[in-house]
Design a protein around this ligand. Sequence first.
Ligand SMILES: Cc1cc2nc3c(=O)[nH]c(=O)nc-3n(C[C@H](O)[C@H](O)[C@H](O)COP(=O)(O)OP(=O)(O)OC[C@H]3O[C@@H](n4cnc5c(N)ncnc54)[C@H](O)[C@@H]3O)c2cc1C
Length: 362
Amino acid sequence: MTRATVDVAIIGAGAAGSAAACVIAPGASVALIDRIATPQWRIGESLPGAAHRLLKTIGAWPRFVAAHHGPALLKISRWGSDRTVELDPMRDPDGAGWHLDRARFEADLRATALDHGAVFHHARVRTVARTPTGWSLSLDSGTVVAARRLIDASGRRSRLLAAFGQHKLVVDRLACVYARIAAGSRYDPVTYTHAVESGWWYTAVVPGGERLVAYHCDSDSPALRATLKEGPLAAARRVPGLAEAIGQIERSRATSPEVCAANTIARSAAGHGWLAAGDAAMALDPLSSQGLFNALATGLEAGDATLALIAGDDAATPRFAERMRLIWQAYLRHHALYYGMETRWPDAEFWSRRQVDTGSMR
Ligand SMILES: Cc1cc2nc3c(=O)[nH]c(=O)nc-3n(C[C@H](O)[C@H](O)[C@H](O)COP(=O)(O)OP(=O)(O)OC[C@H]3O[C@@H](n4cnc5c(N)ncnc54)[C@H](O)[C@@H]3O)c2cc1C
C-alpha cells in the first residue's frame, strides 16, 4: 500500500475537477484522481463563447486555442412553433462558441492542472472516510490518499459523499439516445435543435467530421425504446426539417445507438470539509448546453473557496453554498422559460411534465 498526503484531494478530473486543480495547485498540494487514464470521446460538445473567460482565468486558453476546436457559428431551432429561428453569435458580446473535440478538451484541461503542480492518480476512489485531520481516500490502485480538504467533482453519478450529508434531488427523467455518423471531411458550424411531440432532437458536427444525432425524451417513454431499436439517424430522417439539416449520410457509417441519462439532478454542494463542483453539484439538462461551462465555473469557484478555507476563512463554505444555490435558481428559471415556450402539444406527456411550476424546487 502506498500513501500520499496532500492538502486537497479532488475526485474526478473532468472539466470541474481539472478547473479546481488549476486554481488550487499553485497554492496547495493537490491529488487529482480519475478512474479514466486518458479522456475518450463523450457526448457533450457545445461550449458557449463566454467560456473563454474561464479558460483564460485557469491558464487553459493557450492549449484550447492550439486545439482548433470547431467554431459554432449558428444555432437553428424549431422550438415553440414550426418556424425556424436562427441565432448567430454576432449578437453575443463573447462571440461564437465551439463544437469541441471533447477528448482533447478534457486532456488539455488535465494537462494544464498538472502544469500548475497537481499530481494525477489514475485510479477509482473506492471509499471515503473522515479522519481527525480531514479525509482518507482508498483508491483501487492500492494507494491511500490523506487530505485536509475534499472536492467531489465525480460527475452526475456522484455518490461518495452521500454518507457525509450530501442530499440529492432528481428533477426529471430525461434520457438521450444518440449515434455518431462519419460525415466525411465537411465541417458544419451549425447546431440544430428541434422539438417534436415526444421530446427533442439535437444534431451537430464535431471536429474530425462526425455528426452527432441525439434524441431526448423521458426514460419511461416508448419513444426511447423505438428510437433505440430503429437507430437515431433513421428516426431523425422522418422528422421534416431535421432530415434536411442532417443531409445525405450513409446509415452504414453510423455507430450503434447508445443511451444515457440526461436528467437534471441537484445535490447539496458543500458540507463539513467538502465541496462539490460540476455535475456532482448540479447536472443540467443538455438543452441548456451549459454543463461544461458550469463545470468550469463551479470548479473554479470551488478552487477559490478551498484556498480561502485553507487560509482559515471558514465563511467560504456557506458563501460557496449560497453561490451554488443562486446558480441553481437561475438555471430553474431558464429551464421553465424554455420548456414553457413549447405549447404545441399540451396533452403530450413529455411536455405536460415540464409545464409545472418550478417554484417548489427553488
Ligand atoms: C446527453 C448529454 C449531452 C450533453 N451535451 C452537452 C453540451 O453540448 N455542452 C455542455 O456544455 N454540456 C453537455 N452535457 C453535460 C456535460 O457533459 C457535463 O455537464 C460535464 O461533463 C460535467 O463535467 P464534470 O467535470 O462535472 O463531470 P464529468 O465530466 O462527468 O467528470 C467526472 C469525472 O469523474 C470521474 N470519476 C467518477 N467517479 C469516480 C471515482 N469514484 N473515482 C475516480 N474518478 C471518478 C469520471 O471518470 C470523470 O472523468 C451533456 C450531457 C449529456 C448527458
